[in-house]
Write a protein that binds this ligand. Structure first.
Ligand code: SPV
Ligand code: MN
Length: 627
């Protein structure tokens, strides 16, 4: 991209005085030349510069409805938006990291930078003709904080800007304050041509290109939030790169405070692939963030913030019994954007797993919907898409922790990694130390694929740190940065693994949904040095007597020894197979730190030894010397 040579005077004609004055109040040439360039390429009819004031946000809400991108619902503040049936999730195959000279990175879709930008300019040329271009200013993370990352979003979609106004902190004032010093990420989005129900029409030309060199992301011919909302997963690619360069971590993690005995609050982050229990776990605590976290070492301590200020959450399965807090938020008046749910005639919405009888008709992302409707291939179309979402401010949640906007962040004492794993990992495990956890838990994370990305659900996928989809740097180097981060902290967080999806020989889940409350309680006590644990070849597991007491205390439930024995069986055979799979993957990445192979190999040797002694599956009592 060449933004030089453009100046404020190029902006004069296309916007009204108010927008022009708003821009000139920010004394930053790079911003002005960037916007002048986008205008020149996209050729909008007009430009609206938002300051994020209540009036400006109201304007965007109103235009989202007037343009037909959102439809108002019965409850005040509720709207629904529909993405194309071909645009219901993150589009991996259409997303690429642009790198100069056709450089490649393992596991990452890359594209030559010059070629990518050329293709993008062709797609963007005149794409906003007849439309209003919207410009918004945001901060990822609390403002005026060492964590804050500024960003500017350009889009021709009122829905996208409406979503960002809910999900991010407005930072027009910070741009003014920082003036020419302001460093910011740039996002250009166009939904492209729309069909009669306001869905992107040219999905075949959907492209999401991430230019690391210029910290700019281009997204075109798509509306689905994960592809279009610049500050969410598109920014994540840019901040992962920045974090690497600056020695911090930009992660796909929730951030919560867990209530402990005597009013104690202990903060945890948690990385889970999409649709693997992440949101429901986050809701068990004092909510700070549900999806993303920035972690930095400040005076030797690991601190974290949520870059976001809202939730773009999965709605399927949200019902008053399993997720009462979210259900409550979605059933009262207030600003909520529903996407890809079923809209009923009375202006209410229905989604799969809402805990109500399935309606017989309505409107969904495929247009008119009726029970029994099938797609071109004859497959039934559900009332709502499995990846249907809700967008809402954090402030709507009764469990929001008031520290969520603290510019100094919260101290992180534990990091939890979870995946969908039916047959290998125990339900709950603590690593021996930071390095062991980073390597055998985080970097070795595998999960069965879900509907959050386009493709076949159910296949086991390698997903280190649950961040692979968003990685923009060499995986080996990313892992080295993680290892270094822990070494620099005085007291690095403990690393845990959870697995809510373990199944028995009949294919039934071994744990109930509420067991995760007990796992959290155990972790909270472990990081506060209150409980012992049982050492196994793969790490530390809970002692039966401790879990029994916690099941009683937290759930008022009896926890049977035979359940413990089954759940916490060390599946040596499967675990060895997993180590072999992971070792093979990393052996093909030249930058993998040597210590990764050593630690995996040591673990494998420990497993082989006990397998030789006790067999393929070993009950936990074998390891508990105090039993
Ligand atoms: C996820 O899929 O991990 C999400 C939603 O949080 S998206 O914005 O699509 O990434
Ligand atoms: Mn996510």
């Amino acid at each position: 991209m060449s933004a030089s040579g453009y100046s404020l005077s190029n902006l004069r004609g296309i916007m009204n005085d108010e927008s022009y004055n708003r821009l000139t109040a920010i004394k930053n040439d790079r911003l002005h030349s960037f916007l002048a360039w986008v205008i020149e390429v996209c050729e909008p009819a007009s430009v609206f510069v938002s300051t994020g004031s209540p009036e400006d946000n109201e304007y965007i809400r109103r235009k989202a409805i007037e343009s037909g991108e959102e439809i108002p619902l019965r409850l005040r503040g509720h709207t629904v938006h529909f993405d194309s049936p071909l645009d219901q999730a993150r589009a991996r195959d259409d997303t690429a990291i642009l790198l100069p000279n056709n450089q490649r990175l393992p596991f990452i879709r890359t594209k030559d930078r010059d070629e990518g930008i050329k293709e993008m300019i062709t797609l963007l040329k005149g794409v906003m003709k007849g439309r209003e271009m919207l410009v918004g200013f945001y901060s990822l993370g609390p403002k005026a904080s060492p964590f804050s990352v500024l960003a500017v979003q350009v889009t021709d979609s009122y829905y996208v800007m409406h979503s960002e106004n809910i999900l991010y902190r407005q930072a027009y004032d910070e741009f003014i304050r920082q003036g020419k010093e302001a460093r910011f990420l740039k996002f250009i989005h166009s939904q492209g041509e729309l069909n009669e129900i306001k869905q992107s029409r040219n999905i075949k030309q959907r492209r999401i290109f991430i230019d690391l060199t210029d910290e700019t992301v281009y997204s075109v011919n798509t509306q689905y939030g994960g592809n279009s909302i610049g500050l969410k997963k598109l920014a994540l690619r840019l901040t992962i790169k920045r974090a690497m360069e600056e020695g911090w971590l930009s992660e796909h993690m929730f951030l919560i405070g867990v209530n402990g005995p005597g009013g104690r609050v202990t903060y945890f982050t948690g990385a889970f692939p999409s649709m693997s229990g992440k949101t429901s776990t986050a809701m068990l605590g004092r909510l700070v963030g549900d999806d993303l976290a920035y972690l930095r070492i400040i005076n030797g301590e690991v601190k974290a913030v949520n870059p976001e200020a809202g939730v773009f959450g999965i709605i399927e399965g949200i019902n008053p019994i399993d997720d009462p807090l979210i259900y409550d938020v979605l059933s009262k008046p207030g600003e909520v954007i529903f996407s890809n749910v079923l809209m009923l005639e009375n202006g209410d919405v229905y989604w799969n797993g809402k805990g109500e009888p399935e309606p017989s008709s309505g409107i969904n992302y495929t247009g008119k919907w009726w029970k029994g409707k099938v797609d071109e291939k004859g497959n039934p179309i559900p009332p709502s898409h499995p990846n249907a979402r809700f967008t809402v401010s954090l402030k709507a949640f009764s469990n929001l922790d008031p520290v969520y906007d603290d510019p100094s962040g919260v101290p992180v004492k534990g990091i939890i990694f979870g995946g969908r794993d039916s047959d290998t990992m125990v339900p709950l495990l603590e690593s021996f130390n930071w390095e062991h956890g980073v390597i055998t838990i985080a970097a070795s994370l595998e999960s069965e694929r879900t509907a959050a990305v386009i493709g076949k659900a159910g296949e086991r996928e390698f997903n280190p740190m649950a961040n692979l989809d968003f990685l923009s740097v060499d995986l080996g180097v990313y892992i080295s940065n993680y290892l270094k981060f822990g070494k620099e902290a005085l007291n690095p967080p403990k690393i845990f693994s959870v697995n809510y999806f373990l199944r028995d020989e009949n294919g039934e889940f071994m744990n109930s949904k509420e067991d995760k409350k007990v796992w959290l309680a155990w972790m909270e006590r472990r990081v506060n040095d209150e409980l012992d644990a049982v050492e196994t070849p793969i790490g530390l597991i809970p002692r039966y007597s401790d879990l029994k007491a916690l099941f009683e205390e937290v759930l008022g439930k009896e926890y049977r020894f035979e359940d413990y024995e089954k759940q916490f069986t060390v599946r040596a055979g499967k675990l060895i197979e997993k180590i072999d799979r992971i070792t093979k993957i990393y052996s093909e990445i030249p930058t993998t730190p040597k210590v990764l192979f050593n630690i995996l190999n040591e673990q494998k040797q420990r497993l082989l030894e006990i397998e030789g002694k006790y067999g393929y599956v070993i009950p936990p009592s074998v390891f508990d010397k105090n039993q």
